[in-house]
Design a protein. Sequence first.
Length: 72
Amino acid sequence: MFADLVDIDDFRQRLHELGIDVPPDASPEFGASIVRAAQPVDGLPELIDSLCAECVTLQPEVRRAVELILLP
């Protein structure tokens, strides 16, 4: 089985493509706060869905950021 590995640089690039710029040295918490403040963002739900897919492996800092973005 092939798994897609998403590291923090990949995640930051994907967010940048949606118009959200997260500094390279941002913690997962700070990055998530930037994303949450930018809501609503076209394409973000689809990005999150694709990152949560079964065949995707997230590095711990990406997983933490995604979890924080999804908090109510």
